[in-house]
Design a protein around this ligand. Structure first.
Ligand code: GUN
Length: 295
């Protein structure tokens, strides 16, 4: 529910994502007519983490919905690292697979960096391979992680030029916080990355023109941490029970944020953009293979 927030302040990620996926579906159909081929996305899920299973099922449905091929690999929780690496290697060699995603988190017996860095960087549609992370950090073209890319699209959709704005990101993960900082720097924002050891976090957050919450703690960022007129992007997806009912809430206490200029709701904000950007990255990977074949 969107208690107390004017509808015009909501950043409708679902609508922006729909526009993006409609275009992707049209491009896939045109490329299919022209080449007889479609982009293929392989997703590997290890174990039974319920949230990951929901995300992977959603990715599968959306991939098929835009006309791409979807390959799901579901492996038991006790899968060993070598077996997972062999599957990644097979997918690296498979010409019908243009994008590979290994769902995180992985079980503790597996080193995620070993696996992510085994993915062919030209198929690394998550943008987590060290080569793509390095490309982003140095301003070179490469795959950009889907959630921060989706957040940036929403911010630009709402604000246009971001130059000179002070963006504060709460959270420093490789998946969201760090790539988000690189993307906002490239847009000429002044960027601060805060985290669990940051001092005076509420006072710091109050300085943000753009506040990106990526901490994974339900409603941790209170209304009085937000400067009036700030734009808030809430990446948190936290399952809580309220009044005996299960609910999804973000990292921001949404009902306390009526004084924002704009805010992404949870659900319906960042989430749909992540999958749309994953499909956009897969389409780019496919186009690159077509271009390479023609050279
Ligand atoms: N787990 C949470 N977010 C992501 C993501 O964007 N990609 C992958 N592979 N795993 C995740």
């Amino acid at each position: 529910m969107t208690v107390g927030i004017q509808p015009s302040k909501l950043i409708d990620g679902k609508a922006v994502a729909n526009t993006l996926t409609t275009q992707i579906a049209a491009d896939v159909a045109a490329l299919r007519s022209a080449t007889g081929k479609v982009p293929g996305l392989a997703v590997i899920l290890v174990g039974e983490d319920p949230a990951s299973a929901v995300y992977v099922a959603y990715k599968h449905r959306q991939t098929l919905a835009v006309g791409m091929a979807s390959f799901e690999h579901k492996l038991p929780a006790d899968t060993n690292q070598d077996d997972l690496l062999s599957i990644v290697n097979e997918l690296n060699q498979d010409p019908s697979v243009h994008g590979i995603l290994v769902q995180l988190p992985l079980p503790s017996q597996i080193d995620p960096n070993m696996v992510l860095n085994a993915i062919d960087p030209t198929k690394d549609v998550d943008g987590f391979h060290v080569q793509n992370a390095g490309r982003l950090a140095t301003g070179q073209e490469g795959f950009v992680p889907c959630t921060p890319r989706g957040c940036l699209l929403l911010l630009k959709h709402r604000l246009g030029d971001l130059a000179g704005l002070h963006a504060i990101i709460v959270g420093r993960s490789n998946i969201v916080g760090k790539p988000m900082a690189q993307l906002l720097l490239a847009e000429n924002c002044t960027v601060t990355v805060a985290h669990s050891r940051t001092r005076e976090l509420p006072a710091l957050c109050r300085m943000a023109d753009i506040l990106v919450a990526a901490v994974g703690r339900a409603e941790m960022i209170r209304g009085d941490w937000i400067k009036p007129g700030a734009v808030v992007v809430d990446i948190g997806v936290n399952r809580v029970t309220q009044g005996g009912k299960p609910r999804l809430v973000g990292d921001v206490a949404f009902a306390e944020a009526a004084h924002v200029q704009a805010i992404t709701p949870v659900p319906g904000g960042v989430g749909p953009m992540t999958i749309a950007c994953l499909l956009a990255n897969t389409l780019s990977a496919f186009r690159h293979t077509l271009a390479a074949r023609n050279n």
